[in-house]
Write a protein that binds this ligand. Structure first.
Ligand code: GDP
Length: 441
């Protein structure tokens, strides 16, 4: 996966810092030199790396870092924020037109992944309830039309083509076709060349003038590193692009392109391609990418959220209750509500390192289970939550009816809570604590 090298290098740099207490200005200078080297090795544009390090240094030299007892964390936070900023801060969306259809013109060099990404995008929009149409405007490569038809079929999206005709005319006719057939999005697959040439640029300009697309998206191959940045610059200067799609991020690209393209062109990365299959397309979130580069999931947001929602006094009371084994279902309910304030379960889980491996179905199931648990506890009286043992079969039926669940669900929750209490009791025992101290657990 992209960024492995950069991630590794940065974590080495920060590891050295973590071992120290307070840091001096000279330490920060040394770290910044290493960060700059790591960026250059990852093929980040020279000027981008220089500006980045200058900006991080300026912030890191502030008294907050120098006087902090945890300077490494502070610096990582600054690097994280600056990386996010570098890549565009927020997720840039596609602009939809009030006129039908919304026209997205895809352009890029040959082999960048244009045709594949036309199909990926069409599939993405189809899944969100739109009715896309693909149009074959690459008339030079005979196989291009057929390739678009194949991927279009895989995506379940119709393809408009007029053989080897005039690309400008094909684009115009495709717009009319989309209107006639109720397609609200039209994606134009245009021709690519091995290198930028004037003839190609002229053709793209004429297509742009003829159909006035809402979005001109440049498809760039992340594997081409620095070249990707130059290509983006030229296309933007001659055509005026609205954003980019960075492809092949699944390969062993060093990632420099992702970090430089936005900074050099000022145009956002809107999507990234992460494989050859049609579902290997992700909207691009600069903050998530930054966290990924720093190998920490999105823990910073998680910590910030926890800090802003969790009352510290209450947290200490809870810890005390747990320790003294006084933690009852009233407390459990309160904890669940606090977690909920941090966002939906899927949001919270997605911030953990490695969370990418948890499927949407799994988080949805977890969320449904949490709701059920909360409803059951809410249907109990305060006294029952303190001493679940007093809940008799008729009360169980009432609680199930009151929470819209089954008696089995109530039984399961009571059983789980009982096990949890047993576990807490065990952990509180002196025998357990002694074993833990000796590292036997
Ligand atoms: P075009 O010439 O720009 O239209 O490029 P194509 O769509 O034909 O893609 C060129 C090659 O790159 C094909 O073999 C694709 O399967 C492959 N490809 C496209 N996108 C990705 C991607 O995100 N990851 C990987 N690994 N391969 C990709």
């Amino acid at each position: 996966m992209a960024f492995e090298g950069l991630s590794g290098r940065l974590s080495e740099v920060f590891k050295k810092l973590k071992g120290r207490g307070k840091v001096k200005e000279s330490d920060i200078k040394e770290v910044m030199r290493e960060v700059r080297m790591a960026l250059l090795e990852a093929d980040v544009n020279y000027k981008v790396a220089k500006d980045f390090v200058a900006s991080v240094s300026e912030k890191a030299m502030g008294s907050e870092v120098l006087e902090s007892l945890t300077p490494a964390q502070q610096i990582i936070k600054i690097v994280n924020d600056e990386l996010t900023e570098l890549m565009g801060s927020t997720n840039a969306r596609i602009t939809f037109s009030s006129k039908i259809p919304t026209i997205i013109m895809m352009c890029g060099l040959q082999g960048a992944g244009k045709t594949t990404h036309c199909a990926k995008l069409s599939r993405y929009f189809k899944q969100s309830g739109k009715r896309p149409l693909l149009a074959a405007c690459d008339v030079y490569r005979p196989a291009a039309i057929q390739q678009l038809q194949i991927v279009g079929e895989q995506a379940g999206v119709p393809v408009f083509e007029m053989g080897q005709g005039d690309p400008v005319e094909i684009a115009r006719k495709a717009v009319l076709h989309a209107r006639d057939y109720g397609n609200d999005i039209l994606i134009l697959d245009t021709a690519g060349r091995l290198h930028i040439d004037e003839e190609l640029m002229d053709e793209l300009r004429r297509i742009k003038e003829a159909v006035q697309p809402q979005e001109i998206l440049l498809v760039i191959d992340a594997m081409t590193g620095q070249d990707a940045v130059n290509v983006a610059k030229s296309f933007d200067e001659t055509l005026g692009i609205d954003g980019t799609i960075l492809t092949k991020l699944d390969g062993d690209t060093r990632g420099g392109a992702a970090l430089s393209v936005r900074a050099v062109t000022g145009k956002p990365i809107k999507f990234v391609g992460t494989g050859e299959k049609l579902d290997n397309l992700e909207p691009f979130y600069p903050d998530r990418m930054a966290s990924r580069i720093l190998g920490m999931g999105d823990v910073l947001t998680l910590i910030e959220k926890a800090q802003s929602t969790v009352d510290e006094q209450k947290a200490m009371e809870m810890a005390k209750k747990l320790k003294e084994q006084n933690f009852d279902m009233n407390d459990l309910l309160e904890q669940m509500q606090q977690i909920k304030q941090m966002g939906s379960l899927s949001q919270v889980i997605s911030m953990f390192p490695g969370a990418g491996k948890i499927s949407e179905e799994e988080t949805a199931a977890g969320e449904a289970q949490l709701k059920k648990t909360e409803a059951i506890i809410n249907s109990m009286t305060k006294r029952e939550r303190e001493r679940p043992a007093i809940i008799n079969p008729s009360r169980k039926r009432r609680i199930a009816a009151g929470s819209g669940t089954k008696v089995e669900d109530v039984n399961r929750l009571l059983k789980q809570f009982e096990q949890m209490q047993k576990m807490m009791k065990m952990m509180g025992s002196s025998k357990f604590r002694r074993a833990a101290k000796r590292g036997r657990l």
